[in-house]
Every structure is written in structure tokens, then in C-alpha cells.
Ligand binder design. Sequence first.
Ligand code: GLC
Length: 534
Amino acid sequence: MTENADGRRWWHGAVIYQLYVRSWRDSNDDGYGDLRGIIERLDYLSWLGVDAVWLSPTMPSPDDDWGYDVSDYTGVHPDLGTLADLDELIEQADQRGMRVLLDLVPNHTSSAHPWFADAASGREAEHRRYYVWADPQPDGGRPNNWLDFTGRPAWQWHDSGQYYLHNFLPGQPDLNWWEPAVHQEFARILEFWFERGVAGFRIDVANGLYKDAELRDNPPLDSDNPLEGVFGMRFVYNSNRPETHGVYRDWRKIAESYSPERLLLGETWVPDAQRLAAYYGDNDELQLGFNFPFALADLDPARLATIVEQTLAALPSGAGPVWMGSNHDLGRFPSRWCGGDERKIRLALLVLATLPGTTVLYYGDEIGMTDVDVPPALRRDHATLDLEGGADRDRARTPMPWDGSPGSGFTGPGVTPWLPMADPPVSTVADQRDKPESTLSLCRRLLALRRTELGRGLADFENLAVTEGVWTYRTGPLVVAANFTDRPADMPAEAGEVLLTTSAEQAPPSPGVLGPWEGVVTRRSGSAAGHDQL
Ligand code: GLC
């Protein structure tokens, strides 16, 4: 494929690094990571070999949900820096060949947003229709049975005599996408950032936006898959509405009017490949949608192979998948998939780096960082703090461990970081950087190999077999063999010359054998470097 020789679908083959800004690098010793901290460490990202960064929310916010409650869509949160800092970050990243994506939250605003302040001022207010208001039932009850993401009713009574809808916290009122002015506002917001050189957006709650016009009750849930619904309720009328697709068709036209084309990467919280593919439309909606069934699967090769195959089959022609194992909500794959086992972490990195399409690494994945047990008294995720058996999303949001100095290279000595560092300390970037056998070095080698062997474009992919826990697949000119078991296994016949192994010894234990939890990237016999998929 030559589709992106001109930089058009630059995300095909790319590695995007999700960077939780508050936890990456604190440049001014206030305990919070910030934009200048990212600028200081851009060389690290360039050394690692990533193509783009996605910054967790950077816009002004009262932080009921750490920036996912936006009070100004064209600003920068003062804790994180200034618009000038963001401009400089984009410029400096560009000089190193990297792009910058921001997080956009179109499903809801903060209740502190001026639109909501006006909307709440009275039923005739100019911005009233920007939000979802509904009259009480004749008995004063709530308009319907919808619950918010904490399991509490999704309707907040307001003294203007109506309820307003919040699928998340009461401080995050849902926008009303039936209102044309909301579309115009967001078209302007997209253009504002695209003009500044932002390469695209990760779109929060991308399958939200429109709500059923009649506000019908959600039906009961008959599945234990959290992607179908929660709290006994199937997500039917409060999300996944057909009208949402029109928003992305409009946004795609805006994205395509820029050069290079801007990327729309959706948080598509849907349970299967068909419903995921629907958000790509006829290749005229989102260019990428996150694959939650993949991320939520166990480290089970048969299951992963099936999801990969079904995803590739479902996507419209010319569109690519995106893979990730960790994020700021789900937790880190080194814990969830791998239970902290270094061999499994290295194997999972190999899979993530060699699947076709786009891969998103979460900060710390590259050093095999596991979740951190944050004591309840130090937790900062207000959204889940008082939930019994709550999600505890803080475990995957703790500061990046750069080195063994006081402050761990994240912040200055003596400064208390906003969330605690891992205790006992985990292996740091400095510990791993110069050790060829480290997970960080392996990750860097994998990204380099991906670049030279798979190149840009969508590598041609074929599942070859999953036999007794060994997953073998062809990806471009490569054959990957990955042993998902505790036992040594025979090297599959399709494997050719070994280019890379996940074994810390950097060589298979004996020729023709895969060690327990070892994966190898091999060159398919008869194929030369990086030629036949480009
Ligand atoms: C998304 C974000 C999550 C946030 C929620 C509400 O799921 O990833 O962190 O709490 O949306 O905006």
C-alpha cells in the first residue's frame, strides 16, 4: 500500500504514547506533571521511537474528574502550563518528527463551564438547550431509569424546576447534541486546535453524545460484559445512538481538510468488532476506534487471535485497527494481563508492537510498570473515591519513575507528588535505559523493528495458528511466534530467521525451541526487509 507515502494516514503503523500529563514530569516542583516537563523529556520519547503523544486532558477544569470536566475548550489548565507552552510542545515535538494529540470531551462539560452557568440561570436562558433537561414525572420522580457511571441516578434535580442529565458526575452535565449550536461550537473547537498544529484528538466517550430523543428507559442487562452495560442496565438509549455517526462524518470532513490529515481516535466503549466498525462508518467517520474487547481480554492467545481477526474483517477497506493494553481507566496491562510477570509483560509488548495498524502505549508500559497500590487516604480520583469496591483508577495514574533520586526524577527533592510513587520503588527508566536485557531496551528494539520491517501502512496480517498456547501469525514480511504457556514449545515451522526474542538472555534457549512465555519475531522465509506491504 502506498496510501500514506504523502503522510496522509500517518497513524497507520504508528505508535502513539498516552501521556498522563499530571504524572509524567513536574518541571516546577509543585507535585504535578506539566507541559514544560514534557518538553524537557521529548528526547526520551524520540529515543524510545514513538510517533505521537496523546496528552490526557489539558483544558481548564475544576478537576472533579481530572480534566474530563472541561470549563474552557480553547484554553490550557493553569496547573499544566499555558497556551504558549502547548504551542512550544507541538513545535518541539514536530522538530523530532512527533505529533501531538489532545483529549477532547464532547459528551459533557463541567458544570463550571459558562454554557452551563448560563443554562442553569433560567428556563429561557440562551444556552438552556445546550444541555439535556427534562421535567419530572407527574409524581415528581426522575424522567427515566438511567444511572450514571457510579451507579447512582443520572438525573440531578435543579431549582429551575427540571432535572438535568449527567451520565458521569453531577458536575459533568451531558451536552444536548440535538441542538445545532452545540455542533457549531465543537466545529469551531476542532478548528481552533487544528490551526495550532494539534494532530488530532482522542475523543472521550465517543459512543456517547446523542441521547434518545424520547428519553426511554434502558432495558435490563442480560450479560456480564461491562461493555454491554452496568448496574443491571443495558446501554441502549443513553449512548450508542445512531445520530452520533453524523457528528463524526462532519468532523471527518474537517479533519481531512487539513494537511496532514488530522486524526479522530475514539474511546469507543462497545463490545464487539461489528459495533466498533460502525464508528469507522464507510471510512468517513472516526479513523480509529479503541478496541476494548481486546484490552479487556485475558492474556489468552486464542481469544486475542479471534478478536484481531474479527476486527480486521469488520473494518471498512483502507481503515486500520488500534491496539492497547493499558489506560488511565482500565489499569496497566503488566498487572491486569501479566500479574507482574516480566516474561509475560515482554511477550505482551511484542504482540502490541507487531500487530498491524496503530499501537497505543500508556506511559510506563515501556518499563513494564505495574499498578501501584495507592492507600485510600492518598487517593485523588474523586469520581470513584466513595464507591464501594470502586474502580480505584489512581492505581494506574501514579508518577513516572525516572530514576532513584529523591523525587524519582518526577519532581524535586522534598516535594510530595500529587499521587504517591510506587512503594517499594519499582525499576526506573534510569535502571533500565542502558541495560540491553531490560524491558525498556526490548521495547525500544521492538519499536525500531516495527518501523523498519512493517513501515508505514497497514501490514498484511494472517493468523497462522494457535496451537497448545503458541500463537503464530504473519504480519507483513514477519512471522511472530509467541508461547503463552509455562512450558517450552517447539518453534512453529512457519518461523524463519529470528530477528528478536523477548527472552532476557536475548537468544532462544536452544534452536528450534521457544522458552516459557517467550515470543520471537522472525523473518518469513523468502522475504526481504520491509518490502512487500508498502
Ligand atoms: C472517559 C475517560 C474517563 C472519564 C470519563 C468521563 O471514560 O477515559 O477517565 O472519567 O470518560 O469523562
